[in-house]
Structure formats: C-alpha cells, structure tokens
Design a protein around this ligand. Structure first.
Ligand SMILES: Nc1ncnc2c1ncn2[C@@H]1O[C@H](COP(=O)(O)OP(=O)(O)OP(=O)(O)O)[C@@H](O)[C@H]1O
Length: 458
C-alpha cells in the first residue's frame, strides 16, 4: 500500500509502526477538533437561536398584554383615516389627563385638536376594560438617499384576556366616535352653481357660520323633536339603507309663507348634521344634462338645497306661456324640464358612501306638481306656520332672555287672532338699542301694538 499520509502531514521521512499509531491519534484529535469547531459554529449557533426563540416565546406567553400599533402614514388611505379618527377621539380624552399637550390646527376644522406629547400615555375605559394609548415616535436608519426616517404611531396596550372586546367593540367605537367628532368639528361650507360655456360647476361661496340651531328655531317642541329624530335616524342609517338596497338620501319639503323660517331651518339642519350646503340655482342650469352633472358632483354628507322650487317648476310647466323673449330663459324653458329634474332626483346619489339630504322650499305648495311631491323625492313635508305662542316664547327667550312675563297672556291671545310670521315677531323683539321702548318689556309692549293693529286691520 502506498503510504500517502506523510505527504499530507508534511513529513519527508518514512515512519515505523509506533509512529503510525501516534500519527493516527493526532489525526483523530485534529478531526475531533474540527468536528467540535463545526459543531460549535453551526450546531450550537442554531441551537442557541432555537433556545433563544423558545425563551422569547415563553416570555411572550407569560406577558399578559397585547399591543396594537396604528401608524401615521402606513398602509394607505384607510389607515390614515383610522389614525386621524384615533387622534380626534383621544383629543377628547387627553385634555384632562395628559400633563403635556400639543395643539394641532388643520385647514378644515373649527377648533384645534389636542394631542398627547410623545411618550405620554392616556388611559381609557370601555365596558369595564382599561386600555392605554401612547403616542410613540421611532427613528430608523432609513435609506442612504433620504437618511433616517421617523415613524409615529399610536400604541394601544391592553390585557390579552380582553382582546375580543378591544379589537371588536372598543376599536369600532373609537373609530365611530372619532369620525363623528371630526365631522362635528369640520368647518362647514356653502357652494353654489354657475355656468361656464356649456358646463355647470359648483363654486365655493364661503364658510358656513350660521348660528341657527334647532334649540333657537321657533317652532312647536313636538314638531321639532320629530324632525331632529328623523334627521338623526337618517344620518346614522348607513346600515339601514344598505340593507334595503336604496340610495342613502332623503328629501324634505319645507313650505310656508315668507319669513316663517325655512332658510333658518336649513341652517339648523346643516349645523345639526355637520353637512355642507350645495345651493342649487336652477336658473343657472342650462339643460337636464347640466343638472345631472351638478347633482352627481355633490359629495356625501351634504345638503342639496333648491329654494323656491315653485318658481322653478313654473318655468318648466309654463313653457308655452313664456313670451318675454329672453334668449337665455328660452333655452332653459326648452331644455330643463320637470321630467328631467325628476329623473335626476330619482337616479341621484347612487353611491352609499354617506348620506345626502335634499331640501326644497316653497311659499306655494299648491303650485307644485304632484309628481315632485311623492315619497322618495320629498319624503317629509314640513309646514312652516305663522307664529304661534310656543314659537313666540322661544323668540322672546332668544332675543330678550325673557322666559315668562305678565304680558305673555295678552300676546298669546293676539297671536291666535292674527297671522304674523316669526320674522315679523323677531323684528319687534330686538332690544337694547338704547331707547326705553327697546328694553325687554318695551319690546313686548311694542309687539302688542303691532299685533293689535294686525287684528284690527283684518
Ligand atoms: N321659525 C323661526 N325661528 C327663528 N327665527 C326665525 C324663524 N322664522 C323666521 N325667523 C327669523 O326671520 C328671519 C327670516 O327667516 P327665514 O329667511 O328663515 O324665512 P324663510 O321662510 O326662509 O323666508 P323666505 O321664504 O322669504 O325665504 C331669519 O333670519 C330669522 O331671524
């Protein structure tokens, strides 16, 4: 047998029997050293990693808490929306808890949102379960071009045993409340339509800051409550409209003499629901196609207002009687029709992404085409009457701060006999102009005189 080992070992001299056995031992030791090193380097490293993982798992399973992170800009619009809803929700919680707050102002909100400072925590309770929110900012290495990157997130920590209620009910509640708070803090706006060439557009007119509310609206309590209830059911009816397969819209017709508060009611509706107002001027609509274009551009959570709809329907119905020769009106007569308006209303707002309210007003309900009045187009007809005693008491409280007075009995009697609008009454209740008759009592006396004249003149 050719002995090749000496060459491997670097020996030049031939070896005896003893040398051979020593050499074998040396090689065995060397081999076991190599195996040991491999074992250490590979097997032990793997084993160590495995053991470490096991320990981590063990610790995790012993940790009683769960943490969910909501990052500021991660994962698309839904996540951004969720982050904003959480921020608004926590804004209402943190003002009396966190020692340090940051005020954030956005373009479209009325009052600043308060946020906790980084590292600060806010605790919250839901159905007996306590959770903790914390605003965290982390810096990572980022990439070579843009450098380090900051990530902000809200960390929600809670007990593992409460996972079901927190992930289900609690978070749904946070999102809904956050979105509702955000909507109620939104700066409302008024838009109106205009014509440019053959195209119709909505133009931003101004911010909507009308102070009217249902509380200040002079109207019988029961009737007001019924309307508010209807509006709330409508605005929270997403599930309902989805279930019955109808577009999420509702039509209101407000009718009554001028000065009975139809426009004031629309303002109160917008404030109640935090909806923007889209005031449709039909005389600035060229044809049915234009109208469709405009109505399809109204976003959700808006009120479409068509005031004095009787005048508009007169235009459409009395086409033959028009002999003014006005070219533009002529075109409207030809192309914008009642049928077109009805079609637009029927096919309107098929997307169920949010509610859209339509409010039509008229001083002459008797002139309206019955096709326009039917349910689905105008679901609720509200009469805005002359001023009754209940409405008067609200006006006296609003304008004079007087809730009861000995002259009220006389005024109640006169209101029963006369037809005065809340606008007429309000006009006589503007106190504090310096003169004696403009004091609270002076205003009531002045109103009595006006009412007496009305009754006499009947
Ligand atoms: N019901 C009411 N509650 C409180 N204020 C009212 C009411 N009705 C009228 N007013 C007062 O009268 C003013 C005119 O009312 P408003 O413009 O709402 O009436 P209107 O019915 O819309 O009239 P028009 O048909 O002429 O448009 C309002 O600015 C408001 O101050």
């Amino acid at each position: 047998m050719v002995n090749v080992l000496p060459f491997f070992m670097g020996h030049q001299m031939p070896l005896g029997q003893e040398g051979m056995s020593q050499l074998g031992l040396g090689m065995a030791i060397a081999a076991s050293m190599v195996v040991l090193t491999i074992f250490q380097q590979f097997i032990l490293t793997h084993l160590r990693g495995y053991i470490e993982q096991l320990i981590q798992k063990l610790f995790k399973s012993m940790d009683p808490n769960v943490q969910i992170r909501f990052t500021e800009d991660g994962g698309g619009p839904k996540n951004i929306e969720a982050y904003a809803a959480i921020e608004t929700y926590l804004s209402s919680k943190c003002s009396d808890q966190a020692p340090r707050l940051t005020a954030k102002s956005y373009r479209d909100i009325r009052t600043p949102v308060f946020c906790v400072d980084f590292g600060e925590g806010v605790s919250d309770e839901f159905k007996g379960v306590t959770v903790k929110w914390q605003l965290v900012e982390e810096k990572d290495k980022g990439d070579p071009y843009r450098g380090p990157r900051k990530t902000r997130y809200y960390a929600l920590t809670f007990r593992k045993m409460n996972r079901k209620i927190v992930v289900g009910e609690y978070l749904r509640n946070v999102m809904e409340d956050g979105k509702a708070l955000k909507a109620s803090n939104r700066q409302l706006k008024i838009y109106s339509n205009s014509l440019s060439g053959n195209e119709s557009y909505w133009n931003y007119i101004r911010d909507f800051d009308h102070p009217a509310t249902f509380e200040t609206l002079a109207m019988e309590k029961e009737k007001k409550e019924e309307i508010v209830d209807d509006l709330f059911r409508f605005s929270t009816g997403s599930e309902y409209y989805r279930r019955i397969g109808k577009p999420w819209k509702r039509g209101y017709l407000l009718y009554g003499p001028p000065g009975t508060g139809k426009s004031t009611m629309i303002a109160a509706m917008a404030n109640l629901l935090s909806y923007d107002i889209y005031d449709l001027e039909l005389t600035a609509v060229l044809c049915n196609a234009n109208l469709k274009q405009l109505l399809n551009r109204i976003p959700c959570n808006s009120i479409l207002v068509i005031e004095d709809i009787d005048c508009s329907s007169k235009i459409t119905n009395q086409r033959e009687q028009n002999n003014e020769g006005d070219e533009k009106k002529e075109r409207i007569f030809e192309k914008l029709t009642l049928a077109g308006l009805l079609n637009c209303i029927d096919g309107l707002f098929s997307a169920n992404d949010g509610g859209r309210l339509m409010v039509f007003t008229t001083n002459h309900v008797e002139l309206l085409d019955s096709a326009l009045l039917r349910s689905g187009r105008m679901d609720k007809h509200i009469e805005m009457p002359y001023c009754g005693f209940e409405a008067f008491k609200i006006l006296a409280k609003n304008y004079l701060g007087i809730e009861d007075h000995e002259l009220f009995v006389r005024i109640e009697g006169l209101l029963k006999e006369s037809s005065v609008t809340p606008a007429d009454v309000a006009e006589n209740l503007i106190a504090g102009r310096g003169k004696d008759e403009d004091s609270g009592e002076g205003c009531l006396k002045k109103l009595i005189q006006v009412l007496e004249k009305k009754v006499e003149g009947k």
